[in-house]
Design a protein around this ligand. Structure first.
Ligand code: APR
Length: 235
């Protein structure tokens, strides 16, 4: 049986694909205050601005391609039972070929009804936008299928269960600032090796994390070398 490799990814995973991170300098939250574009209150106050923010994000995603890190993770399915848990709303893991991807914070290319949250639609790549007046089949305004700050994170229960089943746990490109995602590490069993791939120091709250201090593409390469070599265990 293949070992279960659970990989938690954040914005840094897609940085080398040209998608902005949130909290690095010049990151998205410097340009657009969170409270203006990513909360239910913002959508209530100025829905057109919120919709435009995500329309811009979608246009950015349409231009982007998965990087070598995404590709490496998809390739690891040959040797491991790989489960990706991503905070990212892009679909670059799927584009790279990963088959098990859980999106904690929603999906950029999907929209849903404001009146019936079970009505979820995939946007076409040739018109990746919604505007005021775009409605679901029941006549309610559409909104991004995104978990905004202050909203529940419905996928967290499943994500916690998956984290609890990991034989190896990997964290890539997240500042571990946002809960409940950052708390997933608490569900990982004590004897499970934990790797972190990030060019910067990240406070994971665990002392025994092996830090590969590189960007996603190079970092995933090193991870694969380390996992493939039985003489290099936990350091
Ligand atoms: N490769 C790997 N990691 C990188 C790279 C790279 N090329 N470039 C930057 N990073 C790292 C940064 O050092 C940082 O630790 O990616 C991390 C990005 O952190 P954040 O911008 O805080 O993004 P993230 O942790 O994914 O944010 C979590 O916050 O605003 C919300 O909902 C949004 O899902 C998002 C959540």
């Amino acid at each position: 049986m293949k070992k279960k490799l659970v990989i938690l990814t954040g914005a840094g995973m897609s940085a080398e694909s040209g998608i902005s991170t949130f909290r690095d300098s010049g990151g998205l939250w410097d340009k657009y205050p969170v409270e203006d574009v990513a909360t239910p209150e913002a959508f209530h106050r100025n829905p057109a601005l919120v919709l435009e923010f995500y329309n811009i994000r979608r246009r950015e995603l349409i231009r982007a391609k998965p990087n070598e890190g995404h590709a490496g993770i998809a390739d690891m399915e040959k040797d491991f039972d790989v489960q990706v848990i991503t905070q990212n709303i892009d679909n670059l893991h799927e584009q790279a070929g990963s088959t098990k991807v859980l999106h904690l914070h929603g999906e950029l290319m999907k929209v849903r009804s404001t009146g019936d949250e079970s009505l979820i639609y995939e946007l076409p790549a040739d018109k990746p936008e919604i505007n005021m007046g775009d409605k679901c089949e029941k006549g309610y305004q559409l909104r991004p299928h995104i978990v905004w700050f202050g909203e529940a994170v419905p996928m967290i229960t499943e994500a916690a269960e998956l984290a609890g089943k990991a034989d190896i746990f990997v964290i890539i490109g997240t500042s571990m600032n946002v809960y409940p995602a950052a708390g997933l590490l608490d569900y990982v069993k004590k004897n499970v090796p934990v790797y972190l791939i990030d060019p910067k120091d990240v406070n994971t709250g665990r002392y025994d994390v092996f830090h590969i201090k590189k960007g996603a593409s190079e970092g995933v390469k090193e991870l694969r070398q380390r996992l493939g070599d039985p003489t290099i265990g936990r350091v």
